[in-house]
Design a protein. Structure first.
Length: 439
């Protein structure tokens, strides 16, 4: 485990602002409720309902999930190709909570933090505070899946031990304490998949934390000054992963910018510009401005734009209701007097709008355009469902009189239509093949 030296500076100040905002957002989001009474974000796995920014999504809408994951992946590709490992240094929980743990350690132990001769009592206090922070973070992480108000109400009661989510909180608390407290940079170096494929996403034009080797090398050797680098090694001392940025781009670099602030402060004493900053490799080699528009950035931008357009179209045209229809296998269609066919169908309907809605069922013959009578037990086949409510029931379909030639067709392609009674344009249709019994 590496305990890096603290370092102040412009980059550190900006990261503090960004990280504070992200932590606040992470902690606050599970508690926020929409005006409709639904949570801002909640992935309710047992009920198979996912609340996202006022919208209610269900597993049957897999295409929307696919668009979301593809957008996240392509965004990572696009921004990494342009501005390097900005996620690692500015947004990754591993980096953010490592900084938070370090602040706690220095607050309690001061200069003894990370030293073998640190007082045992104060070290125990540090570990205790780390566990508290881990518990709070884990509680809010689980809060994205379980109602945090309900969890908070049961935390001090004996019933908490019968709740599954409590053991998830304990597991994540332990995992976070071990990971952020002791594993730290080893995860970034050896376990993080993003660190492995960053090299194929970045090129010599990517804007990233880089060492100006043309000015800095060769480094100062004792009193002999050749390049601008004074060999103070402050960039190594402040690095949270223990690498030497002067050796070039490495898997262990998380682009946190601490070495930038360190070098800036040292070079200021020499009345020179920093040797480490946000540059591109090509910019250092040739002095040319950064080439933002290049084949890989254009390709990623086109792909990301296509996915965003597809996702936007899918969300705009999305109908906030779900209908699953299946013929009752134990009760096949039967022929009744007047050459009518009676079929039995099982329906599962869900309202995935954020508000209560009234729905209506209709059915028709798609081959001949004739209406099919539907009996659901509701007046005019209308019923109301609250947001997220599911209604599972069976209906009876009864066709109009069929001619002898129609009965010989073998099957009847029917359709069941579920529509919003207040907004008829919002409707979905399920095709249902009704087998025709022989006379």
């Amino acid at each position: 485990m590496i305990i890096s030296r603290p370092q102040s500076g412009k980059v550190r100040t900006r990261r503090n602002i960004v990280m504070s905002f992200l932590v606040f957002l992470f902690v606050a989001a599970p508690w926020v409720m929409m005006p409709s009474g639904t949570p801002l974000i909640r992935l309710d796995i047992p009920k198979r309902m996912f609340h996202l920014f006022g919208g209610l999504f269900i597993p049957q809408e897999g295409l929307i999930l696919w668009f979301f994951l593809l957008t996240m992946g392509l965004s990572l590709f696009f921004f990494t190709s342009i501005i390097g490992r900005v996620w690692c240094g500015w947004g990754c929980p591993q980096t953010i909570y490592t900084d938070l743990f370090d602040r706690i350690g220095r607050f309690v132990l001061d200069s003894k933090y990370g030293k073998k001769d640190a007082p045992k009592l104060k070290t125990t206090i540090v570990y205790f505070l780390w566990i508290v922070v881990s518990f709070i973070a884990s509680f809010h992480w689980v809060g994205y899946f379980v109602n945090p108000y309900e969890m908070a109400a049961t935390l001090t009661s004996a019933s908490i031990f019968s709740e599954t989510y409590f053991y998830f909180i304990l597991f994540f608390t332990f995992a976070m304490f071990v990971d952020i407290g002791f594993i730290r940079e080893q995860f970034c170096k050896y376990a993080c998949p993003y660190a492995r494929f960053q090299t194929i996403l970045m090129d010599e034009h990517s804007w990233n934390v880089t060492y100006d080797f043309k000015r800095g090398e060769p480094r100062r050797n004792k009193t002999e000054k050749i390049g601008d680098c004074v060999a103070c090694n402050m960039c190594v001392a402040v690095c949270p992963t223990g690498i030497d940025i002067r050796d070039g781009l490495q898997v262990g670099c998380v682009a946190c910018g601490k070495c930038v602030d360190a070098c800036t402060s040292i070079m200021a004493r020499e009345d020179k510009k920093t040797l480490i900053g946000y540059f591109s490799l090509k910019q250092i080699e040739t002095g040319a401005p950064i080439k933002w528009i290049r084949p890989r950035t254009v390709l990623y931008a086109i792909l990301l734009t296509c996915v965003l357009v597809g996702a936007s179209y899918k969300l705009i045209t999305r109908v906030p209701m779900s209908l699953i229809a299946a013929s009752n296998k134990s009760m096949p269609p039967i022929l009744i007097p007047d050459n009518k066919i009676r079929a039995f169908v099982a329906l599962r309907i869900q309202n995935i709008a954020p508000l209560k809605n009234e729905f209506q069922l209709k059915a028709y013959d798609t081959r001949h355009g004739k209406e099919i009578l539907i009996r659901s037990g509701e007046d005019d086949n209308r019923f109301a469902l609250s947001s997220g409510e599911i209604k599972s029931f069976s209906v009876v379909l009864e066709t109009s009189p069929l001619s002898d030639s129609e009965l010989q067709e073998g099957y009847l392609p029917g359709a069941i239509v579920l529509s919003n009674a207040n907004e008829p344009d919002q409707k979905i249709e399920k095709i249902l093949s009704i087998s025709l019994p022989r006379r």
